[in-house]
Design a protein around this ligand. Structure first.
Ligand code: RP5
Length: 163
């Protein structure tokens, strides 16, 4: 992994550059909380060797959580979980005629022993995966924990009492 951003703690992987429009929501959520991430296009089917070589060094280079977004018969999250001991957050994407149902089922129904945490389909899932990755890291990072709590407080303050 030659050009990983210096302080990246989360890797955001996606099966196609076309997935970025949705997966950037995870990047944005992490950015709001000051968490560095490394964003890559890696397809489980089309570039399996890229996936293997990326994950071979990701943890040693500082990555602690993997977010994987893919559409169709989405295998990226499962393949990443098979190749890495890092926690994998899967985001099913709505890029096929089946509107994300295919990706959701591929992501959520992992056989026992190789877990993937599956999020909602599309942009909501991508944002929540970013927030959840930050929550994982905040468990042993007091500064990030404070940033996360501040985010939740601000979010609550934006909800009006009446319509
Ligand atoms: C999946 O196939 C990708 O994650 C993408 O969502 C879908 C279609 O890929 P493209 O044809 O847009 O590159 O592997």
């Amino acid at each position: 992994m030659a050009d990983l951003a210096g302080a990246a703690r989360v890797a955001i992987l996606m099966g196609s550059a076309n997935d970025y429009e949705v997966m950037k929501r995870a990047e944005q959520a992490l950015g709001e909380l000051g968490v560095g991430c490394d964003v890559r296009v890696i397809s489980a089917h089309r570039t399996p060797e890229r996936l293997r070589s990326y994950l071979a060094t990701a943890e040693a280079e500082g990555i602690e959580v993997l977010i994987c977004g893919a559409g169709g018969a989405a295998h990226l999250a499962g393949a990443a979980a098979a190749l890495s001991p890092l926690p994998v957050l899967g985001v099913p994407l709505e890029s096929s005629p089946l509107k994300g149902w295919d990706a959701l089922l591929s992501t959520v129904q992992m056989p026992p022993g190789v877990p993937v945490a599956s999020f909602g389909v599309g942009a909501w899932g991508a944002r929540n995966a970013g927030l959840f990755a930050a929550q994982i890291l905040a468990g042993r990072d007091p500064e990030l924990r404070r940033a996360y709590e501040a985010f939740r407080t601000e979010q609550a303050a934006k909800v009006p009492e009446r319509p």
